[in-house]
Design a protein around this ligand. Structure first.
Ligand code: EPZ
Length: 418
């Protein structure tokens, strides 16, 4: 296992380029099952979760070739329809294979993802919608056995605007017989990106990015090329890092229009922003103002930036109230930040952060993907020596060479074997 070591106190300076979005790449990879042929995908980030998805899909018979920065996907010979527990348990987004397999092959056997550190993360809404589309499902030894002679269009209402639920059902609906209407659908940019790819394949989709999506089933789709959008959570992580370290960083190859909630909060904290079409320049403030946040479905403040923003508020002037409304257990990073001297009081889904002059270097342990990023940000500003972040495999799931990108911005940060 690796750890990341940081000697804090360096204001980040320079330019960083954002990688492709993990949460766009995963559904786009799954969607290649909807059209037999050769798909050429660009801007796919090299992440552990992407490797896991490729491993599962290879077992189904899908071929992958990396040609420079293009991932060539050959979905001509899909021969199996099972996503095994040993792989699914390491990456819950494998559930995104369910919709495409049913749409293309009428059957799927997917291990139930199981819980994860940040919450129970049930998939009941995915399964309820598929049942309404005519899918027979039963649970067998932890696997969902699903089959359908054909999928029929349906009127679906999501009790909660689920991101992968919206993606899964959108992919099931594009080859269904008739029209599917998704109400209270999630509106994330990654959903819009997936819809863009499906439309290029020949799907008839209206309303992606709004809370009502209408999909007209078509008989077949064709393999096409696609470039996934930049990762707004990675870009947001760099924005917070630049502000926290009182640096001057230009974040390139990003989409500011996907990050309006964070832009507003980082500006309220005192940072100066120069926002272009595909870049954001962040000048950190001398004094960090404390700011309250509440995580919400897009376009609200993203839950995937809550832990990073909390690290930021730990060194702000005054008190900040952070409310997590999406997941029931997404404050695991708090006990690790406290080891670095943070003053945080939790009351149910609210964390009151009392800003302090400084955080103190310490050995800490990563527990989930975004908590790892939060601890690295804390290490970048911590005083008094070296911060060591252990169990960094969590980080590698969703950030491409993060410590190298920070090192290129002047940070004293490196990776070591445990
Ligand atoms: C996606 O997860 C993202 N993952 C998560 O990013 C992100 O945090 C989350 O959306 C919220 O934005 C991917 O896109 C691969 P949800 P997802 O279904 O789809 C409840 C990261 O760090 N719910 O929108 O699993 C659920 O428990 C990851 O990159 C049900 O109750 O999230 C949660 O409370 C972490 N039943 C809420 O809805 C269901 O059937 C939102 O979950 C589905 C969801």
């Amino acid at each position: 296992m690796d750890k990341i070591v940081i000697e804090g106190g360096v204001p980040l300076k320079g330019t960083v380029r954002v990688s492709g979005a993990k949460n766009a790449a995963l559904p786009v990879l799954a969607a290649t099952l909807l059209a037999r042929g050769i798909h050429r995908l660009h801007n796919i980030p090299s992440l552990r979760d992407v490797e896991t998805m490729k491993k599962i899909m290879s077992r189904l018979g899908v071929g992958f070739e990396q040609e420079m920065d293009t991932l060539v996907v050959d979905s001509t010979q899909v021969v199996d329809h099972e996503a095994p527990y040993d792989l699914v348990k390491t990456m819950r987004a494998s559930i995104l294979l369910l919709g495409p397999l049913l749409a293309s092959y009428g059957k799927a056997r997917i291990s139930l993802p199981g819980g994860c550190a940040i919450g129970a993360r049930p998939i009941n809404l995915h399964l309820k919608a598929l049942a309404e589309m005519g899918v027979d499902m039963h649970l067998d030894r932890g696997y969902i056995n699903a089959q359908a002679k054909f999928l029929k269009g349906a009127e679906i209402f999501f009790d909660i605007p689920t991101v992968t639920g919206t993606e899964n059902i959108m992919m099931a609906a594009v080859l269904a017989r008739g029209t599917t209407v998704l109400r209270n659908a999630a509106k994330e940019p990654e959903i819009q990106d997936l819809a863009e790819y499906l439309r290029k394949m020949g799907a008839l989709i209206q309303g992606a990015g709004t809370d009502t999506i209408v999909i007209e089933g078509v008989p077949e789709l064709k393999a096409v090329d696609h470039a996934v959008i930049p990762d707004r959570i990675e870009a947001g992580t760099f924005m917070i890092a630049a502000a926290m370290t009182r640096g001057d960083v230009r974040i390139e190859k990003c989409r500011p229009e996907h990050m309006t909630a964070l832009l507003e909060k980082v500006e309220s904290a005192g940072a100066k922003l120069d926002v272009g079409q595909e870049f954001i320049r962040v000048l950190g403030p001398e004094t960090i103002q404390s700011v309250d946040i509440k995580t919400l479905p897009y376009p609200g403040f993203p839950t995937d930036l809550q832990a990073q923003f909390m690290a930021f508020m730990c060194i702000a002037e005054g008190w900040s109230m952070i409310r997590e409304t999406i997941f029931e257990n997404r404050f695991i990073h708090v006990s690790e930040l406290r080891r670095m001297g943070a003053d945080i009081e939790i009351n149910s889904n609210q964390a009151l952060v009392r800003g302090k002059e400084a955080l103190l270097a310490a050995p800490v342990m990563a527990t989930d993907l975004r908590a790892s990023a939060s601890l690295i940000l804390a290490g970048l500003v911590a005083k008094g020596g070296r911060t060591e972040v252990h169990r960094i495999y969590h980080l590698d799931r969703g950030y491409e060479a993060l410590e190298k990108k920070f090192r290129d911005l002047g940070a004293n940060i490196w990776r070591e074997k445990e």
